[in-house]
Design a protein. Structure first.
Length: 229
């Protein structure tokens, strides 16, 4: 489990996020410095058409380079010949809250969870959400998503839509918009305006779907979602 070098690695106070944004030569220099803590810790580089990787399997570390380092992988024991990463893990791993996204499952794809505003993905070894003992396969560390881009008001995932009435409330899907509508309609400026009768030629006409909603208490299904730019 990497016990021979775990303690000196911990003493370096190495943080995986320090590698993000570095050029390949700088990444390799950092990994070679870490690898020098114990003998026979080889650092490898491999280039592909769209990216390259700098890897030290004995450290449980791999870094993807797309111009600069954009993802750091921290591996568990036994994955593709990697030794378990034994350095300090991001604090959020100890405080797992609701992730911003979940992926995988089915017959072949291992399940995983993502914390986009924290810059973390966690992938597990098996493809079942039902297995509470599903071991972690690896962690990916990447640049945090800027919250100003907009996150879903209800679940915190990356938002792709806005409320079609007020143009300000953000959602990842119509499902979340519908669940939030009972609360949001109390403060939706667009909904309040839609309930007022159209009185003059100078006023902008409402879309038919919204007009229908203005004639009676709107249901969540009648409030359109606009795609975000």
């Amino acid at each position: 489990m990497g016990r021979g070098w775990a303690e000196p690695l911990m003493e370096t106070n190495f943080e995986p996020t320090e590698l993000l944004g570095l050029e390949e030569d700088a990444v390799r220099a950092v990994l070679e410095d870490l690898a020098s803590l114990a003998p026979e810790r080889e650092v490898e580089s491999k280039a592909f058409s769209d990216c390259s990787y700098v890897t030290c399997k004995a450290l449980g570390l791999q870094v993807r380079i797309m111009g600069k380092a954009d993802v750091v992988f921290l591996y568990n024991e036994g994955q593709q010949g990697f030794t378990r990463y034994a350095g300090t893990l991001p604090e959020v791993i100890l405080l797992l809250g609701e992730p911003s996204d979940k992926y995988g499952g089915g017959r072949f794809r291992p399940v995983g969870i993502s914390y986009e505003t924290l810059g973390l993905d966690i992938q597990f070894k098996e493809n079942s959400w039902e297995n509470e003992q599903n071991p972690m396969d690896f962690i990916s560390v990447f640049q945090r998503l800027d919250p100003s881009h907009g996150l879903c008001e209800l679940c915190g995932k990356r938002a792709s839509f806005r409320c079609g009435l007020c143009k300000s409330q953000r959602y990842c899907s119509s499902e979340c918009q519908k669940k939030d509508w009972a609360k949001h309609q109390q403060e939706c400026a667009g909904y309040a305006a839609a309930k007022r009768p159209i009185s003059g030629e100078g006023e902008e006409l409402l879309l038919p779907r919204v007009q229908q909603a203005s004639q009676r208490q709107a249901s969540a299904a009648e409030v359109a979602l606009d795609a975000m730019d």
